[in-house]
Ligand binder design. Structure first.
Ligand SMILES: [Zn+2]
Length: 115
């Protein structure tokens, strides 16, 4: 079997979906990247210049829902951690300001005493 650089594999299943060439599309499984494990339809001529470049995820609808859920969770987590980071930053800045104030006072006192 000619494996297309290992990026995907043919499951041997055929679907009733037809591509722009009016050819029956096979279902392939993505093996790499974020979409590893996802199945997709692809133009059977994808490796030839004649391809219509048809491409569609098999479970697009389901995955869209799942993706949105995950994305929302991820965004919420990111926002939470960002707020926590900002709070930490603010506390650090306040500490630094207090420290700087103390140092300034000490410097001023030392300068005054030198005179
Ligand atoms: Zn095609």
């Amino acid at each position: 079997m000619k494996s297309s650089s290992g990026a995907s594999s043919w499951n041997g299943q055929s679907a009733s979906i037809r591509c722009g060439c009016n050819l029956e599309c096979a279902i392939y499984t993505s093996r790499r990247g974020e979409n590893a494990g996802r199945r997709f339809y692809r133009c059977p001529r994808y490796s030839t210049p004649l391809t219509c470049q048809f491409f569609r995820w098999v479970d697009d609808a389901d995955h869209t829902t799942v993706d949105i859920k995950y994305q929302l969770t991820a965004i919420e987590e990111r926002q939470t951690s960002r707020t926590e980071e900002q709070n930490k930053d603010l506390k650090l800045i306040r500490c630094h300001i207090k420290f700087l104030c103390i140092v300034m006072v000490i410097v001023v006192i030392l300068l005054l005493f030198k005179k």
